[in-house]
Ligand binder design. Sequence first.
Ligand code: MOS
Length: 752
Amino acid sequence: MSDIALTSDAAHLRQGSSIGQPLTRRDGPLKVTGAARYAADNHPDGMLFAVLAVSSIARGRVLGLDVAAAKAHPGVVEVMTSTNRPPLAGDPEAKDSPFMFRMEVLQNDLVRYPQQPIAVVIAKTLEAATEGAFLLTPRYEAQMPRVGLDGAEVFVPDSVGVGKPSAMQHGDVEAGLGAASCRMDATYDTPAQYHNAMEPHAIVASWNGDTLLLDTPSQGMAMAQARLATLFGIRPGDIHIRSPFLGGGFGSKGLVNGPQVLGILAARLVGRPVKLVLRREQMYGPVGHRAPTRQMIRMGTDAEGGFTAIANHVRTATSTYDDFIEPAGDVAHTLYATPALATSHEAVRLDTGTPMFMRAPGEASGSIALESAVDEMAEACGMDPLAFRLKNYAEVEPASGKPFSSKALRECYAQGAARFGWWERPVRPRQMRDADGLLVGWGMGTATFPALMFAGNARATLRADGTGLVETGAHDMGQGAWTALAQVAADGLGLPLDRLEFRSGTSDLPDAGIAGGSAHMATVSTAIHKAGGEVIARLAELAMGDERSPLFGAGNMGVIARGGRLHRLDDEGRSETYAEILVRAGLSEIEGNGTGTADPAAQNAFAMHAHGAVFVEVKVDPEFGQIRATRVVGAFAAGRVINPRMVRSQYYGGMIWGVSFALHEHAVTDRRSGRIMNANLAEYHVPVNADVPSLEAILVEEHDPHVNPLGIKGVGEISITGTAGAVANAVWHATGVRVRRFPITLEALIEA
Ligand code: MOS
């Protein structure tokens, strides 16, 4: 089969390929008409409603619950507590991989964080279950909560993120700083943040003997099957998960969480289907968040403005019982050339739910600090921030010394700066005002995110009527995977999109891996394209070996698949349809399978990242300190673009997150009670339309022959990086005030 011309390069250059088309979302009509069925829209016959009762203390024990009062409510069917909840076969606190939460599922009376589930009330209506939970009036033994990064229990973690070393060093930082002609040393604080997907976490669980049907939003269905199988002592294949649509995930729907397990346990306890949906404030506890960080950054430059050293020592927080450590320092490994580089992490244990991946975990909080520090360093050198970044452009990855598999960052800088009008910018701050007297500032930042791949599978089938079917258990979180993956699937089979059926979104399909780390498109597209390639290769073999085919004997010259036909490469006029080939061979269909994973040899040889440059304008009221981001231009290079409309939309989303990080999001913890004081969308600010500036995303062309056969890098998370720092730098440029505690508030500007 190796003689058949089916390299991805031949494929993607095909005329009429669906790859590269700016198609609208296939699920758009379903969503705007309300026909898209989200997990909580399911109501199986006999279903009951479960509501969590959650702890109002941060640390201690539950001494008692008034179960009798709750059960006396006429609509309440059952109350599940640590004394009557059905047993689990597996340990909910076991942890064999970083992709697991240690969970609180009523295994004891301990309270480890506020909003921890302490009981589940099951009732005929949602109102009755809610009222029943209220009637439980828990009694507690409360202890002083451990709150804030100044905590005494500091430790150095074994690893950060997903198994990365907690510290790295390259060259001699102290020598570099000592020899520097110019230095900066500053500390940046980022707050705890919560994912706040629009769709709350939800589960509808139905047992049928030892098989389990779940409607629940998931960014990793196969991983969820495996975890739940261990917990419930059943086979993964007997757990059927449907997750066709997610109303946002942002990392918080990646891992099986306690409330999902409690929903399943409740269904088991009452022997009926149960629906459990988290209230908004209950999403501030058991389903992850972004940990706060304090980043102590030191930099030095020589007389020409070239770095002599970069160091970031990070303190962050995790829970008292689990170990996710935000890898905030690591973004410095990639971005700027320097002879000496060091990053390290330490953590404190707090009475909080365990932090987890959230929207560019590590990179986002690392980037706002690093890009602020770079801006401060440029100012100290008297240089324009873009000129300073170009002076320190990394031709190879600073930490590893590896060449980049591709890096079109220079083009991002150039195109973004030109579009924004950057070079008109005065270097000194507080120089620009608009017609209304508002201070105007321009800032920039570099965006970067690793080009990751997980492992995923797909199955492709070509039917005798010339139509195709591609199946993979992929996840559409709203990012457009259902659309963009179908485009890759059509290309892989050489079919027009209207002759392709594309199925995804359930666990009964081939395991597509995790929708996270901005890796889903790269992973699943590779699997899909391989599966399609296998089908076409079999088809070509049939045709070339059959003397009745016009392709007979094409041999080494090869064939090409396009528009549902195979053509001879040396004479494209000689062709026949897929249907003709299958019918003549007496086959009803041909199936192919593909797996997408990273190529270890390429990974070993190259540093793989997407890049971008973000330029931001803010306006600040000089009297009141009110800040508005008014204009954001981002230019991003992330390999092959499958669907420019979806990619642009991802970039917009990330840039809005960046504005949000710099100016809005902040979970406020009360120091005495340990409770989050703003666990709601009225007081935990995310940008609304009025906060979202004019956005522009430039798609910079980049060909990457190494990351994967299709040259795809992820686009889901990169644009929060760069943007957040650019906003902070623009605020400094507008006001002359450098705020190092995020989000930047108006009182920080007024007090300065
Ligand atoms: Mo993402 S934070 O990997 O969903």
